[in-house]
Write a protein that binds this ligand. Structure first.
Ligand code: AMP
Length: 394
């Protein structure tokens, strides 16, 4: 066994982790994955082997000292330490949602960079503070082990500048009020996987639909980002589990004027009470919506599919056409009915669905004669983070 890489994805009340071994020459090997959830209330730690078997589980009660990110990390490190051989840790790779304009590549972080990344907290209030708390905690417990930040915005930074623009005065644009795009680690992984799974379209014009609890779509030409549905924050574009997606900014002015809503109230509405949950009043979870008999649950699914089709047309237009459509993330990988509806609506773009292949999850889900091919490619953001970490540290 060689040195290990730990990948951390720290959220508000949970830290997801994966551990990779770096000894295989060509590939990183996954050794463990797990989750610490309930941070701040009643934390629970679960570690699994790569086959998904639980190999360690503990929980500790509310009110015990330090039920925060640092305590959660301490627990993880204490468990992990005896599992590693003397080669130890090569580094820790962190998912960081926002790198602004300045951070267009993954990099090894120090205290100055960490402080600089605080600038983006108002742009990603639900993710960025927790991502940074995770880095601080890991740096404190693993002194001397390099910490690498991998940004969800970075993949989009090489796209044509016009895609970054809002039609607002230049001084605001220069201040950074621009369209950034997110889910970049997922798109980068899928763009790389395309070369193996579907080499015939890897150099062409594709749209990747990352449809999970967070959802966005990205136009990619010849492996490089062209445009995406997400903008300044991770609110724009498609409706999501609880986030609104595209909304006329005039609605916000109306809510302030007529409902006296302040920033915090609007933030809670747009991030937590909208999207599939807002429309359905039932759930933010696609499986629950599909199982529900409530008409508004069906409406939420209809709206989700409708907006995907609308954005698909817009993104295809940015590339002057479409050669491939790729589905990924929780809904994209598992919800065959949603894929089928999106593909049927995309018949005008040359997509011809293969119903049987779609039920079996592809990977190719379009017929052999389909002018535009459609695919299911499972995403692996953690592996992408581990790859960046290895590339920077080896
Ligand atoms: P993610 O954020 O990528 O983990 O995706 C979470 C979303 O995927 C939730 O809305 C889940 O309901 C949805 N999902 C996962 N498995 C299925 C499935 N078999 N059918 C429909 N939706 C699913």
């Amino acid at each position: 066994m060689g040195k290990s890489i730990v990948v951390l994805n720290a959220g508000s009340s949970s830290i997801k982790f994966e551990v990779f071994d770096t000894s295989a020459e060509a590939a990183l090997t996954r050794r463990f994955e797990g989750l610490i959830e309930g941070i701040g209330t009643a934390p629970r730690f679960v570690a699994k082997d790569p086959q998904g078997q639980v190999i360690h589980e503990t929980s500790w009660a509310t009110g015990q000292p330090g039920t925060n990110h640092a305590a959660a990390l301490e627990h993880l490190v204490a468990w992990l330490d005896p599992q590693l051989d003397e080669a130890g840790l090569l580094g820790v790779g962190h998912r960081v949602v926002h790198g602004g304009l300045a951070y267009s590549e993954a990099l090894v972080i120090d205290e100055a960079i960490l402080n600089d990344l605080e600038r983006f907290v108002p742009l990603a209030p639900l993710h960025q503070p927790h991502n940074l708390a995770g880095i601080r905690a890991a740096a404190a417990f693993l002194r001397g082990v390099p910490q690498v930040a991998c940004f969800d915005t970075a993949f989009h930074r090489r796209r044509p500048p016009i895609a970054d623009r809002f039609a607002i005065p230049d001084e605001l644009h220069s201040e950074g009020v621009q369209r950034y795009g997110f889910h970049g680690l997922s798109y980068e992984y899928v763009a790389g996987a395309l070369a193996e799974v579907a080499p015939e379209i890897a150099g062409g014009r594709v749209v990747v639909a990352h449809l999970g609890n967070g959802a966005s779509m990205c136009a990619i030409r010849d492996g490089r980002a062209v445009d995406s549905t997400m903008g300044f924050t991770a609110l724009d574009g498609l409706p999501m589990g609880t986030r609104c997606g595209a909304i006329d900014p005039g609605v916000l002015l109306y809510l302030m004027q007529e409902h006296g809503m302040d920033r915090a109230a609007i933030e809670a509405l747009l991030y937590k009470r909208s999207g599939l949950l807002g429309i359905s009043g039932v759930s933010n979870d696609m499986r629950e919506l599909q199982a529900s008999a409530e008409p508004r649950a069906a409406l939420a699914i209809d709206y989700f599919v409708y907006r995907i089709g609308r954005e698909l047309g817009a993104l295809a237009a940015t590339m002057g056409g479409l050669d491939g459509l790729i589905f990924t993330a929780g809904i994209g990988e598992n919800a065959a009915e949603i894929r089928a509806r999106v593909c049927r609506d995309a018949a005008w773009l040359g997509v011809e669905l293969d119903e049987a292949a779609n039920r079996e999850r592809g990977p190719r889900i379009s017929t052999a004669v389909s002018r535009t091919s459609a695919w299911v490619i499972p995403t692996d953001e953690e592996l992408q983070i581990a790859r960046h970490t290895l590339a920077l540290l080896s």
